[in-house]
Ligand binder design. Structure first.
Ligand code: HEM
Length: 120
């Protein structure tokens, strides 16, 4: 009986670990592709994706390298690569832009593993 309870506990722990992997924006910034020994992360709507397999896009010299190590939600919504748009802020986005962002989110979910969520 103790064995059963123990194994239940372990399952719960493992599940929690997966759901509650959290990192700050500061920690996210360390995965910006400049250190080739680290994975590359991009966050969308606070969810952190491991985009290392998209290194040609997000690695040094890639067309979207400016998104690496950042939450790129606003930039994706606005189809912008401007520095000031590379933020998690959704303030004042139009319905259409939110739709564009959600389409990007769907693409990222399908293509890349989620590794964490951003906490403040
Ligand atoms: C003339 C302008 C642009 C052209 C010709 C272009 C072209 C492309 C191409 C060919 C791909 C690869 C698609 C694939 O193989 O899956 C791509 C992916 C992508 N583009 Fe653009 N793009 C342009 C502008 C932009 C802008 C302004 C943004 C800003 C948000 C953007 C964000 C992205 C992202 C995030 C990806 C996905 C990379 C991935 O799969 O992880 N693109 N683009």
């Amino acid at each position: 009986m103790w064995r059963e309870i123990h194994s239940l506990d372990r399952e719960e722990e493992e599940e929690e670990e997966e759901e509650e992997m959290e990192m700050t924006a500061q920690q996210l910034s360390e995965y910006n592709g400049t250190d080739p020994s680290k994975p590359i992360y991009v966050a969308v709507k606070g969810r952190v994706f491991d985009v290392t397999t998209g290194k040609s896009f997000y690695g040094p010299g890639g067309a979207y390298a400016m998104f690496a190590g950042k939450d790129a939600s606003r930039a994706l919504a606005k189809m912008s690569k401007n520095e000031e748009d590379i933020t998690s802020s959704l303030d004042g986005l139009t319905e259409k832009e939110i739709g564009v962002l959600n389409d990007w989110e769907t693409k990222f979910v399908a293509k890349y593993p989620v590794v964490a969520t951003i906490i403040s």
